[in-house]
Design a protein around this ligand. Sequence first.
Ligand code: SF4
Ligand code: SF4
Length: 291
Amino acid sequence: MAVSTSAAKRLSRPGQEAVRTRGWLAAHKWLLLRRASQLTILALFLAGPWFGVWLVKGNLTSSLTLGVLPLTDPYALLQSLAAGHWPYKTALIGAAIVLAFYLLLGGRVFCSWVCPVNLITDAAAWSRRRLGLKTGKTPAEATRRWLLGATLVVSAATGSIAWEWVNPVSFFHRSLFFGWGLGWLALAAVFVYDLTVARGWCGHLCPMGAFYSLLGKTALARVTAPQRARCNDCMDCFAVCPEPQVIRPALKGSGSPVILSSDCTTCGRCVDVCGQDVFRFSHRFDQRSAS
Ligand code: SF4
Ligand code: SF4
């Protein structure tokens, strides 16, 4: 579908109507909370190596908070099991805690509220919109699931946690901890890739995203569109959403107004930018709809 020049110009700055009607702060509320969450988690990890304040030891793969709370990435644990290494009891407890958290809130909450690479892919998406770049060829949607399977096979074949060799999330941490040069190059590559291919990394390639999406299938916390009758088809929510295909069934369908796809990252950007106040955070059983 051809997009007129004025519409394309407007979609390069989505959320302007919401800013006019609700004010800048309210129209960026969930974005600001998300950035606070991502940066606080990073700061907690960095406080030890940078300032000697060891509230949290480790990284997003495996950590210990205040000396008592173990947290383990269940995807890393799965690779470890595939590699033939039986983890310590603490790692199993840590993975169970993380699993329970994301099974309840939605797996891809990790992608939008925790993962530091999201700062890079969001920056690339923002730049793409502002520069009006057309997207290059996106990989098939199933690619990240194939990559997820491949990392388990390679882990089994090599006896190592295979994804850690190339994981941009770990590169991000190592780059900040140790100023590691090659890590920055990998992160720059993710930025350039997402600048040229819309939602290329998180939406199509990252096996961590695929893993956490599987966890989110039955999650309770959801975004819903109870006021979908008010939608004026401005397309701002589609422009900012990192997984825009998840919006249409809830917004334009006649069934449930709840966004049920586990690919939704529960980022809340659609809630922020909609000038008609269509979306809300809620739960999967909330079927209220004005339409
Ligand atoms: S729900 Fe409708 S009015 Fe709201 S941002 Fe999306 S397209 Fe625009
Ligand atoms: S539907 Fe809304 S909450 Fe879900 S990923 Fe898209 S913008 Fe974020």
